[in-house]
Every structure is written in C-alpha cells, then in structure tokens.
Design a protein around this ligand. Structure first.
Ligand SMILES: [Zn+2]
Length: 193
C-alpha cells in the first residue's frame, strides 16, 4: 500500500486465505524501497526564497536514511479502488455491494472468473460501468448576509466526480481476473477491505 492509499478512502482487493477466524492476505514481509525518498535514503528540500531559496538534503525520517522499509507485500495481484469505484464494481459483478469488507469463497471463484471473462470480452458490459466526469455546483443565490450586505454566489460545495473511462473499467476487470486465477491455483479466496 502506498502512502496515497492510506490517506484517501479506499478499498483493496487481494488474494487471501481464510480459516474459522481470520482472513489474511497471501504474502510476506519484504524489504521495499521507501515511498518518501524512493529508496535514496535522503530527501531534498528548498529554502524559502526569502532565505536564499537554495536546496539542501536531509536523511529521510520515514526510513531513517536507509532507503528501505520492512513491509507486508502481497504475493498475488491487488486492486486498490476508491470506495465509490469499489462498490460499483462489486455491484456490477453481482457481489455484495454495501459492506466495506467481504470475500468470495474458493467455491465461488469459477463463477466469478466466468463473469469477468464475459466483462472483458463485452464492450457493452464494460460500458455499463463507465461514468462521465461531472462537475456540479449549487445554484446561484444568497450565500452570506452580514448587516445589510448580502453576498451572491454558488450555494454549496463544488463536487467533481472524475468518472470512469472504458480503459479504467477494462483494467479493473483484467486485474480482478488475474487475481481470481491466481487464487484458484493456490486454493485461496479473494477478499477486500
Ligand atoms: Zn525514506
């Protein structure tokens, strides 16, 4: 998981194992390049122009200058989606759609595999998942009144939905299919959360 995924609301799909109590991602701890310094062990900063604007480097605080982090790395393919995209994909595939966590049992993977192959081979199927970019704002109106002065502007927050392109939808289906096939080989499951 990249730093960006931690600070945005998102759902990750991956290959997992299940027993009576726990669902666990399949993978292990590995040494990976630090996200912040890209494995360099140091970061370059620039002074404010008022203080000369020159650059300087300091050891990276996240990896303590080693450039490496010890982190869980999944063995199989993974897919990280925003909550909205994840819920829409789950719904589109006929899976549980209103929970932040869930899984597909090993016995149900062949059916999911067939569903994904159909999706990958049908533009019509994919287009049911695409979405145009929308940029909405509230209506014009009074936004603030102070004394006898009333401001006129857009009411409400601006909402930009980046939509989903056909390429994006196809990628979701492709990665999910890779994940399902990887899980089927190892008698694993697919889980998300
Ligand atoms: Zn670092």
């Amino acid at each position: 998981m990249k730093i960006n995924d931690i600070i945005t609301e998102s759902i990750s799909f991956d290959v997992s194992t299940i027993d009576d109590k726990y669902i666990q991602s399949v993978g292990g701890r590995k040494e990976v390049d630090c996200d912040i310094c890209d494995g360099k062990g140091e970061n370059t900063y620039r002074n404010h122009p008022n203080q000369g604007g020159d650059t300087y480097t300091e050891p990276c605080g996240l990896c303590n200058g080693t450039g490496k982090l010890d982190r869980f790395v999944p063995d199989g393919p993974t897919l990280n989606l925003s909550n909205g995209n994840a819920f829409d994909l789950l719904r589109h595939l006929g899976l549980q759609d209103d929970e932040y966590t869930g899984h597909v049992a090993a016995k149900d993977l062949p059916a999911l595999r067939r569903r994904l192959i159909k999706m990958l081979n049908s533009e019509k199927d994919q287009s049911a998942m695409t979405k145009d970019t929308t940029d909405t704002q509230g209506d014009m109106g009074a936004t603030n009144t102070q004394g006898n002065v009333t401001s006129i502007g857009r009411q409400g927050a601006r909402m930009v939905d980046m939509g989903r392109t056909p390429e994006q939808v196809k990628r979701y289906a492709k990665v999910m299919l890779d994940m399902v096939e990887y899980a089927m080989k190892g008698d694993h499951i697919i889980s998300w959360g």
